[in-house]
Design a protein. Structure first.
Length: 225
């Protein structure tokens, strides 16, 4: 059974709740009594995850949204569906993110790691901000990484067009998560909406599985933090 806590009656959106850290987060918040929306790219996988989350938490109030968040049109569509589904939104957890060893471009023609890890949560937060503010006290929580510590943002080559390294792109995107959150927190000061950012620790998930390095090179951010 879902527990009784301050999360009863709260609506929470966890992006990327089909596996890994997002799914574990969704289970925890559903167990505390929140209504939890999860997102994923494929409806079947997302529905299966939602069933797992309901079973593990004892809370039937788990909703599924589907969007490929590397597409800005799909982020906008997702935001619209969330606004329709949740008259109040108490917590937004920007968890979707990942590591791709090689350079890919999104349907918008943007470098994929930057687009998914930074621009997607930036845009989604912006689109949901009025609803969060109207629901205050509310929270925006963004999942960064200890890898931000070696991140450098090259404003002359944001798209990694001149030179690309998956590691550099990941580290820069996770630094961008932190810079975004600091500025969001400053702008939201006094609104009743807080913005926080975290490093989840090293967690065995599907992280990086879609496009690994060809050799046995180790993604050092996962092992030094
Ligand atoms: N694992 C670690 O040790 C670690 C360490 C530091 C930071 N982090 C951060 O923690 C966050 C979660 O990582 P994780 O380890 O849980 O990764 P994961 O197991 O790969 O899970 C990623 C989640 O994001 C979703 N996703 C991936 N690409 C997507 C896209 N284009 N559009 C929409 N959803 C997409 C996946 O859903 P579908 O595949 O169903 O679409 C899945 O639910 C990331 O921001 C990562 O940078 C992880």
């Amino acid at each position: 059974m879902a527990g009784t806590s301050g999360m009863n009656g709260r609506n929470v959106l966890v992006t990327g709740g089909t596996g890994g850290i997002g799914k574990a987060t969704a289970v925890g918040l559903a167990a505390l009594g929140a209504r939890v929306g999860i997102t994923g790219r494929e409806r079947g996988r997302a529905e299966a995850a939602a069933a797992d989350i309901r079973a593990a938490s004892g809370n039937p109030a788990v909703d599924v949204f589907t969007a490929d968040m590397s597409s800005q049109a799909q982020v906008r569509q997702l935001a619209g569906e969330v606004l329709d589904a949740y008259p109040r939104l108490d917590v937004l957890i920007n968890n979707v993110g990942g590591f791709w060893a090689h350079r890919h471009e999104t349907v918008d023609g943007l470098e994929h790691t930057f687009a998914l890890n930074h621009l997607a949560p930036f845009l989604l937060t912006h689109l949901l901000l009025d609803r969060l503010t109207a629901s205050a006290p509310a929270r925006v929580v963004t999942v960064s990484s200890g890898a931000h510590a070696t991140g450098r943002i090259d404003f002359d080559d944001l798209q990694g067009s001149a030179t690309y390294s998956g590691q550099r792109a990941y580290n820069a995107s996770k630094l961008a998560n932190i810079m975004f959150t600091y500025e969001l927190a400053r702008r939201l000061d006094g609104s009743g909406v807080t913005a926080t950012v975290l490093h989840p620790g090293v967690v065995r998930t599907n992280f990086g599985a879609e496009d690994r390095y060809d050799s046995n090179l180790i993604m050092f951010d996962l092992f030094i933090f």
